[in-house]
Design a protein around this ligand. Structure first.
Ligand code: UGA
Length: 442
């Protein structure tokens, strides 16, 4: 099939590359000339395991192309994917400017029947708006607008795309459903379902999935907070409840709150959609509030430990800045909030992250920059500090194991927002270890 992908951000690039790998001819379009030039040269602007191999193969074998010319790409295409940014607008609703700008052009660019697919996360009813915009300039028999939300995780996007647990297709047109099913069949050979439904349900499915996952995490964060009060251990509770297949083992890890570019934005957006339609989505309201306080709960533990909220004269090491491992993405990362709170209390920081130092520097404020030294080795962040704060569960932080901290730190005190270490080993190692939802080791 001939595919045009409009927008070469994270979703567009991964989708385009993976569609090309399954034998389609894909043309990726972007208005950013510099980015397109770099992509043509084989430079990928994002870090995603496995992407480079598929990308170079697609380019080498002539199935993956890049252009700034939307006309040619759309005219040739059987399917046009819209993978455009939908950032949160001021009111908590996704901003559809980019999507609608392209939708307005599409009608006059199409000659033969074409399926237009919305892959961006968009509010319920966006498909209707896109349809209407195209129909201004094109006969309705010549196109269908389909919703096809993506469920990729950063850091595992290629695998998630190549082996999806399900593909959701939102359309009431049989013709469009058949074309989309044919496109996705190679990805679900293992028998995972392609679920065809109406467009609005499909649009809502994406928000419901992210909101439910955010709720699951937040629920466990609250259980962790209760564990701390009653002297229980959230690891045990997690194992106890997660083995019930109705609950499931995944996304039950307590920590310092969810972050990233998706959960916070989508949770806010579904709350807004509900309110706009006269429904008060109370669970989600609580999820947002709990997550805000969970992000800085570790700072409160530090205050309790030191018996003061004045951290002047103290230096804390920070391990991990990105919102999760295997990415340099710091959007809504707990580390941003924690660094800010610690510096406001007078602390100095020694921060390390394997990938996210530059992105963190760009996103944080001047006060944090003025009081933080960034180091490029995890051990350097232990030099002469009063305590270590762990914000992201990078694998390399698991490796040194608790056994070594007592030798390498002036004060072996660790505040762990990601529960990396075993409590018995921490105790044997003679360190002070304060984590989330587990008894403190002193
Ligand atoms: C998330 C969803 O998992 C994807 O299915 C979805 O496609 C994507 O959003 C999106 O809408 O584009 P992502 O934001 O990349 O993917 O990251 P996740 O791996 O889901 O983690 C999100 C946050 O939850 C992270 O801050 C992580 O630390 C936190 N988390 C996750 C926990 O605190 N505990 C857990 O048990 C799992």
């Amino acid at each position: 099939m001939n595919i045009a992908v409009i927008g070469t951000g994270y979703v567009g690039l991964v989708s385009g590359t993976c569609f090309a790998d399954s034998g389609n001819k894909v043309t990726c379009v972007d208005i950013n000339e510099e980015k397109i030039d770099q992509l043509k040269e084989g430079q990928i602007p994002i870090y995603e395991p496995g992407l480079e191999t598929l990308f170079s193969r697609g380019q080498r074998e002539g199935r993956l192309h890049f252009t700034t010319e939307i006309e040619g790409a759309v005219k040739e295409a059987d399917i046009v994917f819209l993978c455009l940014p939908t950032p949160p607008g001021g009111d908590g609703q996704a901003d559809l400017t980019a999507v609608m700008k392209v939708a307005d052009q599409l009608g006059s660019l199409i000659d033969d029947y074409t399926v237009i697919v919305n892959k961006s996360t968009v509010p319920v009813g966006t498909g209707d708006r896109v349809h209407k915009a195209i129909a201004e300039n094109l006969d309705e028999s010549l196109f269908d607008v389909v919703s096809n939300p993506e469920f990729l995780r950063e850091g595992a996007a290629v695998d998630d795309f190549m082996y999806p647990e399900r593909v959701v297709i939102g359309t009431s047109s049989e013709k469009a459903a058949e074309i989309m099913t044919t496109l996705y069949e190679p990805f679900v050979r293992s028998g995972n379902p392609i679920i065809v439904m109406d467009r609005r349900s499909s649009e809502l499915t994406k928000y419901a999935a992210n909101a439910m996952l955010a709720t699951k995490i937040t629920f466990m964060n609250e259980i962790a907070n209760i564990c701390e009060k009653v002297g229980a251990n959230v690891d045990n509770v997690r194992r106890g409840v997660g083995t019930d297949s109705r609950i499931g083992k995944r996304f039950l890890f307590a920590g310092i709150g969810y972050g990233g570019s998706c959960f916070p934005k989508d949770v806010q957006a579904i709350h807004y959609t509900a309110r706009q339609n006269g429904y008060d989505f109370r669970i989600i309201d609580s999820v947002m509030k709990v997550n805000e306080s969970q992000k800085i709960s570790i700072v409160e533990k530090m205050e309790d430990y030191y018996g003061t909220d004045d951290f002047s004269g103290k230096t804390f090491g920070m391990w991990g800045l990105s919102f999760k491992p295997e990415t340099d993405d710091i959007r809504e990362a707990p580390a941003l909030y924690i660094a800010d709170e610690l510096v406001k209390r007078g602390a100095k920081l020694l921060a390390y992250d394997p990938e996210a130092i530059s992105t963190f520097k760009r996103a944080t404020n001047q006060q944090v920059l003025d009081n933080t030294t960034f180091v490029h080795d995890q051990k350097e962040a232990l030099d002469d500090i009063d305590a270590l704060v762990i914000c992201t569960e990078w694998n390399e932080f698991r490796r040194p194991t608790v056994d070594n901290f007592a030798d390498e730190m002036k004060q072996p005190v660790i505040f762990d927002g990601r529960n990396l270490y075993d409590l018995d080993r921490a105790e044997k190692a003679g360190i002070t270890y304060i984590s989330v939802g587990r008894p403190a080791v002193n």
